[in-house]
Design a binder for this molecule. Sequence first.
Ligand SMILES: Cc1cc2nc3c(=O)[nH]c(=O)nc-3n(C[C@H](O)[C@H](O)[C@H](O)COP(=O)(O)OP(=O)(O)OC[C@H]3O[C@@H](n4cnc5c(N)ncnc54)[C@H](O)[C@@H]3O)c2cc1C
Length: 305
Amino acid sequence: MTIPNEFLSALEREGILYTLNEPMANHTSFKIGGPADVFILLRDMARLQYIVSLCKNHGVPLTVIGNGSNMLVSDDGIDGCVLRLDDNTQKPKMLTDTKIYCPAGIPMSALCSFALQNGLGGMEFAWGIPGTVGGGMYMNAGAYNGQLKDVVTRCYHITPDGHEGHLDAEDLKLGYRCSVYQENGCVITGIELELIPKDKAAIKDRMDTLMFRRKDKQPLEYPSAGSVFKRPEGYFAGALIEGNDLKGCTIGGAQVSQKHAGFIINIGGATCRDVTSLIRHIQDVVMENDGVMLECEIRAVGRNV
Ligand SMILES: Cc1cc2nc3c(=O)[nH]c(=O)nc-3n(C[C@H](O)[C@H](O)[C@H](O)COP(=O)(O)OP(=O)(O)OC[C@H]3O[C@@H](n4cnc5c(N)ncnc54)[C@H](O)[C@@H]3O)c2cc1C
């Protein structure tokens, strides 16, 4: 789309750095994605409210991303403004002996380390999830029988109108890889978590065990967006895919991982079209042979997806 000059001038007046036509392949773990019209790497959350309001006032669509580790971005790119939260100006902080506030733009791993340092258990499950706290909250990220839902008590956000707000746990609609933020268009700015005092060595031991399992089972040496499909009721997506001999199935640069059939990996030069064709092929085969519809966990974003 054509970005209004006044929009760009307003960013410049505030000293907000941006790039035009930024390839999103540089900002996704899949290494896939065409250009964003305007791209801002936001390292100072104090500017967030201003940018959200500016987008609204100029009719510029806003897409907020974290580490891009759960996204499949269109080869045709993303309309409007993409804001990547990568806030290194803030850190998690203790609110009480067991309650933590954590800003959205920091890596999930930093939150896990902070909990460990403070002898608080409950975040071990998330050690190794390669996203930001905001992206994790949006997805209700989880692994190894844990999920953010178990520990989050409140979430802070900016509404699409540019106002500050928050929601408490009971209003967050946290379910399997979903949250109210997939419906309301708010930008997540931080979360509060209630954790449980625990022996530091035991926390560390659990984190090491889970990281070992990840490295053992997941194709971390290739670009991917993690598990492509949600776990269907009563089944495992990976087992269904493997059971249909789809391991290694390749379209263009996209391949069903030999190591973990639930992952699609980019073996070199994969496009969004390659990945979506492979996803459809997997869905068709599994539906035909097992009668199970595999629903995508990864978020398709951008033009014509
Ligand atoms: C190797 C690998 C392993 C993985 N393992 C797991 C796992 O075990 N469990 C799991 O749950 N996931 C896993 N994932 C997926 C991914 O890491 C998680 O979903 C992660 O929480 C996404 O965070 P992110 O910051 O990368 O979000 P992004 O991918 O950047 O964004 C995801 C969605 O959230 C939105 N979003 C991001 N930040 C905000 C914000 N601040 N406000 C509003 N919306 C926002 C984006 O618009 C997008 O729709 C894995 C991915 C990879 C590559």
